[in-house]
Design a protein. Structure first.
Lengths: 263, 281
């Protein structure tokens, strides 16, 4: 029942995009996200969409699989569009009771929806092409300059790795407990909001108990292998920026800047 | 009263169960045995409608449970399923409330619930007055498991399925849980289905064994008959209890002993008889 969640999923591959240094990909994702907030024209978004499609094809990702990530946010997208459509002043497009839809609102709404879709697309490209381990290595490397002012870079990265590692485990556990309670006549599917919220107690309590137990066991297992945090720790795979990384950064930043300035 | 007809199950195009057909009579005592990943845990979830077969049908008391209009609650009351490590499903503040969860879902009166909880807890060998007000989380592992089993018993199922009920318990806890399963069958006339990968545990407790391998039933028969198929059992990674193996080897070497013994006591009797006949005692 949880097979449909694609956000944050990794799509393994050997493409040039997959092989880029995770820091390059994180940095470029940030550049594109910032770019999306500066650009405010349909033409600009079209260019970014084209860029995203090029990256998707280079990475060998099935387009439909990537687009599926947008599905959970459809309601938010519709709501955004409706709000812009009715709450902007301008020439009347049509009226719906006391609500007045305007041309300006429709344009603004489309702009916002495009921006949101592109934001999802760009950020999911990062997680789709970067393995969780590479991703956390990248985050740790970005955070390490801030260690001097007390940011626990390694610990944050480790927490992220562990969190990602346990998502499937907890989903599996949820399904198991749900079935066990259903075998005792529990009903998770019918009733109003309050009843349904209440019916989650028999699911959430065991889930929390087992999550804490797992956390405890994992901590013991890590200490048994002499884990003492980030200080003096070396790694098996050092991150190294290659020529292709500089090329990717140069090209993408140039494209985004051009779009931002001219369109 | 529980019948499977040609049940097939596929996940993501992979076949997990194939052509499963058998019938349980009321008050049978059965063991479902198979190595890890043989499909036994998937199969038992078909018995109370938690999973639906891709093809084929499951009948409870002659009713196809996949048919429209079948009430799942009624079905799950009839077929009690105790999952592996059932203590992981405990959630209430007191033992009483946790055991009462099932009966409450059935919409019974509070008096009826109280009497069922009392009965279920005493069936699993716990002192009702002592444990009813305690938190299930402060009990020992073995006690927690028994509370969880009581939670299913309180629904008064006709068929009780226990998935690896002895896993992770110490020898005494294991004996207690398994003996109680046998008692439920003998005293209450419940149909008990034990799921296990260990022949050793279930051999002396059941009358019939169904052996599964890679999603198919490979052996199905009286306990002793199944044990005679030691070679088949070994070839699918199961093996037979050590005493049975000893006796099989002796009979293979031409000694006049019964090869289908199940317990140490039986083997002792056979061996003493043999020694006497050979004039060594």
């Amino acid at each position: 029942m949880f097979r449909n969640i694609t956000i944050g999923q990794y799509f393994p591959g050997e493409s040039p995009v997959h092989r880029l240094d995770p820091r390059t990909k994180i940095f470029l994702t940030l550049v594109m996200v910032v770019g999306l907030f500066f650009i405010e024209s349909m033409m600009g978004y079209a260019f970014i969409a084209a860029l995203a499609v090029v990256i998707i094809f280079t990475a060998g990702l099935p387009l439909r699989f990537v687009l599926r990530g947008i599905r959970p946010l459809v309601i938010i997208l519709i709501l955004t569009f409706a709000l812009h459509l009715f709450l902007n002043e301008g020439r009347t497009l049509f009226t719906l009771g006391p609500l007045v839809a305007t041309y300006e609102g429709a344009y603004k709404g489309l702009l916002m929806v495009s921006r949101l879709i592109l934001l999802i697309l760009v950020t999911s490209l990062l997680t789709l092409t970067t393995s969780p381990i590479a991703l956390t290595d990248g985050v740790e490397s970005f955070l390490s300059p801030f260690r001097r002012i007390g940011v626990p870079a390694h610990e944050l990265a480790m927490m992220m790795t562990i969190a990602l590692r346990f998502v499937p485990t907890l989903l599996e556990e949820t399904e198991k407990i749900m079935k066990a309670q259903m075998a005792r006549g529990a009903d998770f599917e019918t009733g109003n909001v309050f009843r349904r919220a209440k019916s989650l107690v028999p699911l959430l309590v065991p889930l929390f108990v087992s999550a804490f137990r797992r956390a405890d066991e994992l901590a013991t297992a890590m200490e048994a292998r002499c884990y003492r945090g980030g200080k003096g720790r070396t790694r098996m795979r050092e991150l190294e920026m290659a020529f292709r990384d500089y090329v990717a950064i140069g090209v993408t930043v140039a494209i985004i800047c051009c779009i931002a300035v001219y369109l | 009263m529980l019948a499977l007809h040609n049940v097939e199950m596929a996940f993501d195009g992979k076949t997990v169960l194939e052509g499963i057909t058998f019938t349980f009579k009321a008050s049978d005592r059965i063991a479902l045995i198979g190595e890890n990943g043989s499909g036994k845990s998937t199969l038992i979830q078909h018995f109370n409608g938690l999973l639906r077969p891709t093809r084929g049908a499951v009948y409870i008391d002659g009713v196809d449970i996949g048919a429209k209009g079948v009430k799942m609650k009624e079905l799950r009351q009839k077929v009690g399923l105790v999952f592996q490590y059932p203590e992981h499903q405990l959630f209430e503040e007191t033992v009483f409330d946790d055991v009462a969860f099932g009966p409450r879902n059935l919409g019974l009166s509070e008096e009826e619930i109280a009497s069922r909880v009392r009965e279920a807890l005493s069936t699993v060998g716990l002192n009702f007055e002592e444990v009813k007000g305690r938190s299930p989380f402060e009990l020992s592992g073995g006690q927690m498991r028994r509370v969880a089993i009581a939670g299913v018993l309180a629904m008064r199922p006709k068929i009780l399925i226990l998935d690896e009920p002895a896993a992770g318990l110490d020898p005494r806890g294991r004996d207690e849980v398994l003996t109680q399963a046998k008692m439920l069958h003998e005293k209450r006339g419940m149909t008990v289905i034990l799921v296990s990968h260990s022949m050793e545990d279930v051999a002396r407790l059941v009358e019939r064994i169904i052996v599964m391998h890679r999603g198919k039933v490979v052996l199905d028969g009286k306990t002793r008959e199944v044990f005679r198929q030691a070679e088949t059992l070994k070839s699918i990674g199961l093996g037979v209890p050590q005493v049975a193996e000893l006796m099989l080897e002796l009979s293979r070497r031409g000694k006049d002993v019964r090869a289908d013994v199940l317990t140490v006591e039986e083997a002792k009797g056979e061996l003493l008889g043999l020694l006497r006949r050979e004039g060594r005692v």
